[in-house]
Design a protein around this ligand. Structure first.
Ligand SMILES: Nc1ncnc2c1ncn2[C@@H]1O[C@H](COP(=O)(O)OP(=O)(O)OP(=O)(O)O)[C@@H](O)[C@H]1O
Ligand SMILES: N[C@@H](CCO)C(=O)O
Length: 310
């Protein structure tokens, strides 16, 4: 089908996009480090003659809107706009497995899925909106680049603004021994709300210490898991967020006192423990009231796309 009167010609068959959960910050890497996790959402989209039809199953299905306010749809609209125009109609099916508002990158996954699906539905879309432009657009929609970088690229990522202000990301191979144990909080916390607890300025010495922790963390996650405990310290965001998520802060203290490299996952309130494959099942067996443990491997693929034939 070709969108009559529109600059963008659309692909006929539906596309399916698979996006991983992500844990951002990883302790010291506030707004820059991300780790993709083997827990995925799927979004299947096809262009129709008119209207918008949205189906949602799984996580968040009782709450997310089925109209233009839906984050997947808003992200698709932003990408179509960049690609020359909106299709006449859309049918969208979302299968959600990433919990919302817990610190597992659900919003980044929704945004990346929407942007990538829109790009794939436009013939020539990949040339018009290459991966670095997807990263830039997704980071703008999300407000920070760490989750969207890991969601797109998979593995361990470092995201930053380059000398000219563009968003960039580097993908690194996580040490294959590393596993993520998530202590999924029963509570939710909107990232935008907990970001308001952060101060405008931090003590210079705290920032200086964080530089060492962050550099060490890259070494720990790529080849020296024995350094994880020291490398996952943070003085930029966790101390400030502790006041609004005391149960998460107490769990982090408890795990770290036992030698386990625990941090706030993203903006919390879920807690992430980084452990090697041998130790991870023991960590995941801990019973903690208010939290559900989940043992996840690192996702190494990032966002995947399938062009379906009807
Ligand atoms: N699959 C989805 N479909 C539609 N909207 C979604 C989807 N996933 C997330 N959202 C929206 O994003 C909100 C959660 O985003 P928020 O940034 O607060 O948390 P998070 O991304 O889960 O955690 P973090 O940013 O700390 O990793 C949800 O309340 C919902 O509005
Ligand atoms: N860097 C972001 C991650 C949110 O997932 C924050 O800490 O607010």
């Amino acid at each position: 089908m070709t969108g009559a009167g529109l600059a963008a010609p659309f692909r006929q068959g539906p596309v399916r996009v698979r996006v991983p959960a992500t844990s951002a910050n990883l302790g010291p890497g506030f707004d820059s480090f991300g780790l993709a996790l083997a827990l995925h959402n799927e979004v299947t989209v096809r262009v129709t003659d008119h209207g918008l039809h949205v189906e949602v199953t799984g996580e968040g299905s009782a709450e997310v809107p089925r109209d233009e306010r839906n984050l997947v749809i808003r992200s698709m609209r932003a990408a179509f706009e960049r690609l020359g125009g909106q299709p006449p109609g859309l049918e969208v099916r979302c299968t959600n497995r990433i919990p919302h508002g817990r610190g597992l990158g659900s919003s980044a996954a929704a945004i990346v899925a929407g942007v990538v699906a829109a790009r794939e539905l436009v013939i020539g879309g990949t040339g018009e909106l290459p991966d670095d432009a997807v990263l830039e657009l997704a980071a703008r929609l999300e407000g920070h680049p760490d989750n969207v970088a890991a969601c797109l690229l998979g593995g361990l990522t470092v995201a930053w603004r380059d000398t000219f202000g563009g968003v960039r990301a580097l993908r690194l191979e996580a040490d294959p021994r590393i596993r993520a144990v998530l202590f999924l909080s029963e509570q939710t916390a909107a990232t935008a709300d907990t970001r308001r607890t952060l101060p405008e300025q931090v003590p210079h010495q705290a920032a200086a210490r964080n530089v060492a922790y962050g550099a060490l963390l890259i070494a720990a996650l790529t080849r020296r898991p024995d350094l994880l405990l020291d490398a996952t310290r943070d003085e930029l965001h966790q101390p400030y967020r502790a006041a609004v998520m005391p149960a998460s802060a107490a769990l982090i203290d408890r795990l770290r006192s036992g030698g386990i490299a625990a941090v706030l996952s993203g903006a919390g309130p879920t807690v992430l423990a980084l452990a090697d494959a041998a130790e991870a099942p023991r960590v995941a067996a801990l019973e903690v009231p208010g939290f559900r443990p989940m043992l996840l491997a690192v996702d190494t693929r990032g966002t995947g796309v399938e062009l379906l034939v009807e």
